[in-house]
Design a protein around this ligand. Structure first.
Ligand SMILES: O=P(O)(O)OC[C@H]1O[C@H](O)[C@H](O)[C@@H](O)[C@@H]1O
Length: 319
């Protein structure tokens, strides 16, 4: 007898295409059936390429970037931890290099999970987890910041979307302070036709003007010279952070959201600074990148012994 409201039959072997993930020579690549792909170097757990379903590269990577582990990778998404910028000499991070050690340490790949097998919204995305802990640091670095920590960095590739999330754990017996930031080099076609919306009324520290604090009055921030600012935008009405929208030629090209990250650095070194950087090629490449760097850097986050912290951001490509 035919049953009313008979449930649809469940296929015995689901034919849904799966993401392809490959790790060779310490370089991880992941590709979705939609055509989106990401490349992550275990050196620094640096994302060096993010292509969307239309095959377009979304990140700027210098042609002269050192990819052999000799110095941090210029471009993509270098990770900044546990200090942003030059460390204050009197602080516990005082002996570390600019931007800390995460971007020039060797991370391990912890594994992948698809949205289907971990109960996330089944959206066809793949999550890639990378780990770094105190015992993996070079002994010289370990001495300069002698805390027992664990980092798990998750990169989730979805259709036209990339999410970055950092989990910081204090495994030791004393508290430590840290800063963290996703130093994202977005690829743009022409910096002079690029703008950022969503920063209006935000206080910012302008590193180009003696680190003085100003309030942003532009509804759309455009670029006509060296820009190096740390914004701390006020939260929206619902308490959540307001998304930033990057526009090119007046059309939305990226939407950037932040979760538990109060700050965002906006950086373009412009012609002279970039020309002076040995690992930045081509020399007119400054016209084709804009760093939008979500982070927690305007103050220190204190993590007590045994505690954990999590924060992250997402980049959605609209073009
Ligand atoms: O040359 P790096 O150490 O990679 O730093 C590159 C840039 O990073 C951030 O955006 C800072 O705000 C800039 O002041 C700095 O120039």
């Amino acid at each position: 007898m035919e049953r009313k409201n008979k449930p649809a039959s469940i296929p015995v072997s689901p034919s849904m295409a799966q993401p392809i993930v490959d790790l060779s020579d310490n370089i991880l690549t992941a590709r979705l059936p939609t055509g989106d792909s990401v490349t992550v170097y275990l050196y620094g757990a640096t994302v060096t390429s993010w292509k969307t379903s239309n095959g377009q590269e979304q990140l700027f990577l210098s042609q002269a970037a050192a990819l052999d582990g000799s110095k941090p990778i210029r471009g993509g998404i270098p990770l900044v931890f546990p200090v942003f910028g030059p460390p204050p000499k009197s602080h516990a991070t005082g002996q570390l290099p600019q931007h800390g050690f995460a971007r020039n340490s060797h991370w391990e790949f912890l594994g992948k999970s698809t949205s289907e097998n971990v109960g996330r919204k089944a959206d066809g995305s793949v999550k890639l987890d990378f780990g770094l802990s105190s015992s993996m640091l070079d002994p010289g670095v370990q001495k300069k910041w002698a805390y027992d920590f664990g980092l798990v960095y998750s990169v989730t590739l979805g259709k036209d979307k990339l999410e970055c999330q950092m989990h910081v754990q204090n495994k030791g017996s004393e508290a430590f302070d840290f800063q963290v930031l996703f130093h994202t080099y977005l690829a743009v076609k022409d910096i002079s036709k690029t703008a950022v919306k969503g920063l209006t009324s935000s206080p910012y520290v302008d590193k180009v003007r003696s680190a003085q604090t100003f309030t942003e009055d532009a509804t759309s921030l455009s670029f006509s010279g060296e820009t190096d600012r740390v914004y701390t935008p006020p939260a929206g009405k619902d308490g959540a952070s307001v998304p930033l929208v990057v526009t090119e030629n007046g059309t939305d090209s990226f939407v950037v959201t932040r979760d538990s990250l109060p700050d965002v650095t906006v950086w373009n070194g412009w012609e002279d600074k970039i020309k002076a950087m040995g690992d930045f090629e081509p020399k007119d490449g400054w016209k084709r990148y804009l760093c939008i760097e979500p982070g927690a850097v305007s103050s220190w986050t204190k993590l007590d012994a045994g505690d954990a912290w999590e924060g992250g951001c997402s980049f959605e490509s609209k073009l």
